[in-house]
Design a protein around this ligand. Sequence first.
Ligand code: ATP
Length: 220
Amino acid sequence: MIEITKASLIKNERTILSDISVKLTESRVGIIGHNGSGKSSFAKLLNGLEPCATGQVRVGGADISKHRARVGFVFQNPDNQLVMPLVEEDIAFGLKKSGLSKSEINDRSDALLKKFGLAHLRERLTHELSGGEKQLIALIGVLIMQPEHIILDEPTTLLDLRNRAILLAMLDKLEQQLIIVSHDLDLMAQMDRLLLIHEGRLHADGDPSQIIATYRDLSV
Ligand SMILES: Nc1ncnc2c1ncn2[C@@H]1O[C@H](COP(=O)(O)OP(=O)(O)OP(=O)(O)O)[C@@H](O)[C@H]1O
């Protein structure tokens, strides 16, 4: 479980998030809200990419700063995540310091690429992949670390309908808790629970159909 207690976030002397307290226990949690409301900032708080100015984020009862590896993060722009020239090197990158042997890393990487039907991308150059392919490989690079929770920031934004369907099928196969920031309301409607962030605060929280209705009301 990820538990946020009275969290606030300040950047360049500007308050971005204020007094957010929530326990995330559901398997699929969505985060919605207007542009600039603070969704990505909140997502980054959840895995310690951004430190709280006040309050705390705990994962499995311990402070997030000690457990960042338990919470994977898939960035909105995969170019922020893909760092190695070859796809196979990129997928293996996060495990380099894990103590696993090269063959163990290769086996894990192979198994994931096969499981998600992406083995044909293994020997490609990362910078030559399409935006959608990059998004899928960035997710594989997070999955190989075997996090218990995965945060995805706008995972469907760059994807055409086919790659969106591939990504959603990948997500369906995952047992981990997923926390997804998105403007894709069809996807958000499928979540177990939605959080609505508005002007840096947790404005509403609950059943997707109710929260989407509240969000629509805020948008007119
Ligand atoms: N380093 C920073 N310094 C000051 N303000 C910042 C900084 N980074 C982000 N912000 C501001 O924080 C607010 C929240 O940004 P955030 O990216 O979390 O919004 P968002 O809800 O994810 O938006 P979008 O839907 O457009 O991606 C915005 O007003 C943004 O301009």
